[in-house]
Ligand binder design. Structure first.
Ligand code: NI
Length: 258
């Protein structure tokens, strides 16, 4: 099974990082995509990927940190993106819920990194919160020149999801589908299974029954089990299809033989 989105480089894993990676391996999580959030986090993400067989990295500046993108950091990000074991640009996007960077700066940083992904011919990992329309409008300008992308921790309904699929993109779902009255769960039960990836977004969004604890890649199996329950299919089928989708998006095919 693959955890398609987590942040093992974050402070929450200081002192337990290697244990958490080993725990995931033991639990059958053969691949972990570690997602960069700013330049320093992207650098740490690449380092993790270079020192662990099971880990691949993405590099990017999260909308919260959009204001940290300068010509200097952009040049460094571009250099990192070309590094071995980097599979995507992300996470990038718009967050109008927390508004930690001014919106015009978020838009500029988002556009610039989408352009980088086009140049590098890399897929993108998108974060969008309370900014879906604008995110779609911006992604639309680049989508036909990109080898795909994912709207991660997707919180829209099935109609919103179909607009993502129309762009040739897919979605990922995490622990939120295990929460009571989850709109994400309803959506995840309805959309085509081959358009979904599993993620944890660890250390955040811990699935039931571990809420209150630090999330970790091993818990992606709880997301898999819940999706199986919601869709009425065996967990093994969910694992097979979502792994295949993830390998295709991040071009891991050559590593695992499809
Ligand atoms: Ni994330």
């Amino acid at each position: 099974m693959i955890d398609s989105h987590c942040h093992l480089d974050f402070d929450a894993f200081d002192g337990i990082r290697e244990d958490v990676i080993e725990e995931a391996r033991t639990a059958g999580i053969h691949t972990i995509i570690n997602v960069g959030a700013d330049l320093a986090s992207s650098e740490r993400s690449v380092k993790l990927a270079q020192t662990h067989d099971a880990i691949r990295a993405t590099v990017g500046i999260h909308p919260h940190d959009a204001k940290t993108l300068t010509d200097g950091t952009f040049a460094q990000l571009k250099k990192l993106a070309a590094t071995d074991r980097v599979v995507a640009i992300g996470e990038i996007g718009l967050d109008y819920y927390r508004d930690l960077s001014p919106r015009p700066v978020q838009r500029k940083t988002f556009n610039r990194q989408l352009q980088l992904a086009v140049e590098m011919k890399m897929p993108v990992v998108i974060h969008t919160r309370e900014a879906f329309e604008e995110t779609i409008e911006i992604v639309e300008k680049y989508a036909h020149n990109l080898p795909g992308g994912v709207f991660h921790c997707f919180s829209g309904d099935a109609g919103d999801a179909s607009r993502v699929f129309d762009l040739g993109f897919i979605i990922s779902v995490g622990g939120v589908i295990t929460y009571k009255n989850s709109g994400m769960a309803r959506m995840a039960a309805e959309v085509p299974l081959d358009k979904i990836m599993l993620e944890t977004d660890a250390p955040y969004l811990t699935p039931v029954p571990h809420r209150g604890k630090t999330n970790r890649p091993a818990y992606v199996s709880l997301v898999c089990d819940k999706l199986a329950e919601l869709r009425g299919v065996p967990a093994g089928e969910i694992e097979k299809v979502t792994d295949r989708t993830c390998r295709k998006l991040f071009r891991l095919v050559e590593t695992f033989g499809g």
